[in-house]
Ligand binder design. Structure first.
Ligand code: NAD
Length: 475
């Protein structure tokens, strides 16, 4: 059992906090946002992550092996912790770099809380610029010196590789286990791994907190101790590589549209080769969300600052960005001018399974539709609040499962754009649900921005189907 303080009660911090408490650690999760802390104390989970609301409820009832509570005081809570986890937000700056100010502000408060005679392990889980762990090490040492204190501390680069929507699964059943240590810290990681949380994750000596969370055939990865810098670059590369696969599929889709080939067949066949694989090989309106856009931008900008060309990373972002424009163009080519037309949008979240519409391709497409004078009827099962918050625009009517449903969004629309891969869209009975307006001289169109619909079903309902590279030659 270890005493753990987590700084930042967001997607990452809350997930790790609850996971540590589940495994027997005594955890305090600190957030400077008093409203969030009050919510958490009342059992209201501020992030939509599978399994977290249940664990939070059990944690507050004292039913986890360890304990968890919430506080707003980083200084006080760092004092008694053995492990301090940094999980604050690192937003994108206009320059393309990420803003590290919250990381240093939190580190300052942590240093202020530390006391002599103790040993602290500071795990940096944030996605940061390369060199941040090294700089944090010096920053904390300077802050302690200025305060006349000399507790022992170790900064460890320990980037978070969680996938939004599956964060708890990724923490309890990780795919990689990398820890970045500084000079003279060798062996330290081994000591940390003997603590409750890591030894239990690595030994898999715990029951699934919710049924079905453990991936089938899960194998624990080897632990790899490496340098601070290796760990920081590894995180940038993991995100950029994932983005690259999707952007490549998008480029292949554009090619297929000209050649009259079907991108799904082509990519499936390519993926049969285990050296290529089937993951992230689907084209469409693109990747988005809070992490990939900012992290690929930071990787690109950090390289360019050092006079590197970063040609591939530049292209990865460019190909993805133009898919939003292509979505609008596909619609306009079929419908003509959008001014005054009513468009149904299915999906606002940046991907299925999350309530988050920040940096979602769907949000950018909706913004452009409104700019072009269209009226938008938007449906999403989870992300309506987030989208309305980001968009703050007139001419949009929102629908969710409680209000209007998919039918509400389709009623009276002249076109549909599917912009998130929610599985419920694949089951739409287009004949049954065909409430689209048929009074123009062209068929109502369904633009499938995720290639998730069955084109035949859509066509048989008397609608025009337009996907990404699905075998029809585009003009
Ligand atoms: N969201 C993801 O899926 C994900 C995945 C991998 C990595 N990351 C990275 O992890 C980091 C955290 O991301 P997140 O999504 O959890 O962020 P988030 O915005 O959801 O949460 C961060 C929290 O930190 C709090 N905070 C900021 N400064 C603080 C301080 N000084 N003291 C106490 N609380 C403070 C904020 O109030 C906020 O609640 C980022 O660097 C992000 O890039 C995120």
């Amino acid at each position: 059992m270890a005493r753990v303080a987590i700084v930042g009660a967001g997607y990452v911090g809350l997930t790790y906090g609850l996971a540590h408490a589940y495994m027997g650690d005594d955890v305090v999760v600190v957030d400077k946002d008093r409203g969030k802390v009050d919510q958490l104390r009342q059992g209201i989970c501020p992030v939509s992550e599978k399994g977290l609301p249940e664990l939070l409820e059990r944690g507050l009832r004292g039913e986890l092996e360890g304990s968890i509570f919430f506080s707003t005081d980083t200084r006080l809570r760092s004092r008694d912790a053995e492990v301090i986890v940094l999980a604050v937000w690192t937003p994108e700056l206009p320059s393309g770099l990420s803003d590290m100010s919250q990381v240093y502000a939190a580190a300052k408060e942590i240093a202020e809380g530390m006391i002599d005679g103790r040993e602290y392990l500071i795990l940096d889980k944030c996605t940061v610029h390369v060199g941040t762990a090294r700089a944090l090490d010096a920053f904390v040492a300077d802050a302690l010196k200025a305060d006349g204190k000399s507790p022992e501390f170790h900064v460890v680069a320990n980037p978070c590789f969680t996938d939004a929507g599956n964060a708890l699964q990724d923490v309890l059943y990780p795919m990689r286990y990398f820890v970045g240590v500084g000079p003279g810290q060798k062996g330290l990681v081994a000591a940390e791994l003997s603590r409750a949380f890591h030894s239990r994750v690595l030994g898999q000596t715990f029951d699934e907190p919710i049924e079905g969370l453990k991936p089938k055939g899960y194998v624990v990865p080897p632990v790899q101790e490496t340098t601070w810098e290796n760990c920081e670059v590894m995180k940038q590369v993991a995100n950029t590589f994932q983005a690259m696969r999707i952007s490549f599929a998008q480029e292949v889709a554009e090619y297929c549209e000209v050649m009259g080939a079907d991108v799904e067949t082509v990519m499936d066949a390519a993926g049969l080769d285990p050296r290529i694989g089937q993951l992230f090989n689907r084209p469409g309106v693109g990747w988005g969300g809070p992490c990939l856009p900012k992290d690929t931008h930071a990787f690109l900008t950090e390289g360019e600052q050092l006079f590197l060309d970063m040609d591939i990373t530049y292209a990865i972002r460019k190909v993805n960005d133009r898919q939003r424009e292509r979505a609008i163009l596909k619609l306009v080519k079929h419908m003509g001018c959008l001014n005054g037309r009513t468009i149904a949008v299915l999906g606002l979240a940046f991907k299925a399974g999350v309530a988050d519409a920040r940096f979602s391709p769907a949000v950018d497409v909706v913004r452009k539709l409104v700019e072009l004078g269209a009226w938008v009827q938007a449906y999403d099962p989870m992300a309506v609040t987030s989208a309305a918050d980001v968009l703050q625009l007139p001419r949009i009517t929102y629908f969710d499962r409680e209000v209007g449903g998919i039918q509400g969004a389709l009623r009276g629309a002249e076109a549909v754009m599917v912009l998130t891969d929610w599985p419920e869209f694949t089951g739409i009975d287009w004949k049954e649900l065909n409430r689209l307006r048929h009074d123009s001289d062209r068929k109502p169109v369904v633009v499938d921005g995720r290639n998730i619909l069955n084109p035949t079903n859509v066509k048989e309902a008397g609608l025009k189907y337009i996907g990404w590279g699905r075998g029809e030659v585009s003009p």
